[in-house]
Every structure is written in C-alpha cells, then in structure tokens.
Write a protein that binds this ligand. Structure first.
Ligand SMILES: N[C@@H](CCC(=O)N[C@@H](CS)C(=O)NCC(=O)O)C(=O)O
Length: 212
C-alpha cells in the first residue's frame, strides 16, 4: 500500500491532499519536528534520502520530492485525473505551474520567511523579494482573471501552488516584504477561497493539521 510520510507544517500536506482528491487508500506515517531546531527527526532521515518531507514508499520504491511524488502518483493511480491531456495549452499551463511552485514562486516565499525569522532587512535582499513577488504573483493574478484554476480545470498544479500561497497568507510566517503580501491580489485570494471550499481540501486539512 502507498505510504505517505508526513511532517507537521510541511509540503507533505500536498501529498495527503492529492491522495484525498484521488480517493486513494494510503497509510499515513506522521513524523514530529525536533522542537528546538524545527528540523526533521531521525525517523524521517531513516526513510528520506535528504531527511526531507514529503517522501512516499510504494511498490518497493522510495520517492522523495513533492513534485516528483505528485507525478508518480498521477502516473500510477491517476487514470487521467488532475492532469490535462498532453499536447494541449492546458497541459503547458499545468507544467508551468507545477514547476513554478517550487522554483519561481517558492524562492521569494522562502527568502521572505527566512528574512522574517532572522531579522534580515537589507534593502537589496528585501527589494529582490518584493520584485519577485510582483512578477510571479502579478502574473498569477492575470491568469486567474478568466479561469478558476491555473490550468483551467482543477489540477495537481493547484495542489503544488497552494502550499507557498498558504505560507504567504499565514500570519504565523511574516517576513520583511510585508505581513500581508496577498493583500492587493483579489483573484488569488478568491482562488484560495475556492480551494478552501473544496470538500477534499477540508478533509485533507483535518488530516494534515488535526489541531486546526
Ligand atoms: N523541494 C522539496 C522540499 C522539501 C523540504 O524542504 N521539506 C521541508 C518541509 S516543507 C523539510 O523536510 N524540512 C525539514 C528539514 O529540512 O529538516 C519538496 O518539494 O519536496
């Protein structure tokens, strides 16, 4: 059976949500962060090659990296769901956002978080973050002006992108680029609301964040 290794407050949320969207049977193994360092515990290092979440085990394989896991699960269990047909513009949009989630979008989100945690307010550093937010969030805002989801229909690209957007909208993770980065992005905020309204999101959230 598919085993999902979950770490509290982490990208493994994506994999639980994906499994719920696809109504898969899976075993969940939850790991608890080291309370002092907030890093992975030994139990996760024992299964994940770089000690990171998410990681899954399936059919004798160990698969790390959230984007790779999503693609593996869609290839293995998707039956064409949550990924547009190859060769279409929707598929290109899917690929774009699937990969932008951990790169173009996550880079300033993470820099902002680290800046907030460490008091980094160098104007070059903060200016770079703000410029990147303007670029990636500005483009996302335009894309979402005439569609509900990033590739048209709801897809696994939305599952990838939601995690960094949630980090941005969390009051627990302020950064030097401002506490409410999404403030002026009405289409993105409406998109996040659509995500929150999805029954499978709500079911998954109760699993990956049971404390609420
Ligand atoms: N790009 C990787 C990032 C994995 C990653 O950095 N995971 C974090 C949680 S979101 C983690 O395991 N942090 C604990 C640690 O590094 O000790 C992915 O998408 O899977």
């Amino acid at each position: 059976m598919l085993t999902i290794h979950h770490l509290g407050l982490s990208r493994s949320d994506r994999i639980i949500w994906l499994a719920e969207e696809l109504s898969l049977d899976y075993k969940l193994v939850t790991h608890v962060r080291n309370p002092e360092t907030f890093r992975s515990p030994d139990s996760l290092w024992a299964v994940s090659p770089m000690g990171k979440a998410p990681v899954i085990e399936d059919a004798g394989l160990t698969i790390p990296e959230s984007g790779a896991i999503v693609e593996y699960i869609l290839d293995t269990y998707g039956n064409g769901r949550l990924r547009p047909a190859a060769g279409s513009q929707a598929y290109i949009d899917y690929l774009h956002w699937m990969h932008a989630a951990e790169s173009t979008l996550m880079t300033p989100v993470f820099m902002n978080m680290i800046g907030g945690m460490s008091g980094l307010d160098n104007p070059i550093y903060v200016g770079f973050i703000k410029g990147e937010f303007d670029t990636v969030l500005g483009y996302m805002e335009k894309v979402l002006a005439d569609r509900d989801y990033l590739a048209g229909e709801f897809s696994a690209a939305d599952i990838m992108v939601t995690f960094p957007l949630m980090m941005l909208s969390s009051p627990m993770i302020p950064g030097p680029a401002g506490g409410d980065v999404l403030h002026n992005y009405e289409n993105i905020k409406a998109y996040l609301q659509r995500i929150h309204d999805r029954p499978k999101w709500q079911k998954a959230e109760a699993i990956f964040r049971p404390e609420g």
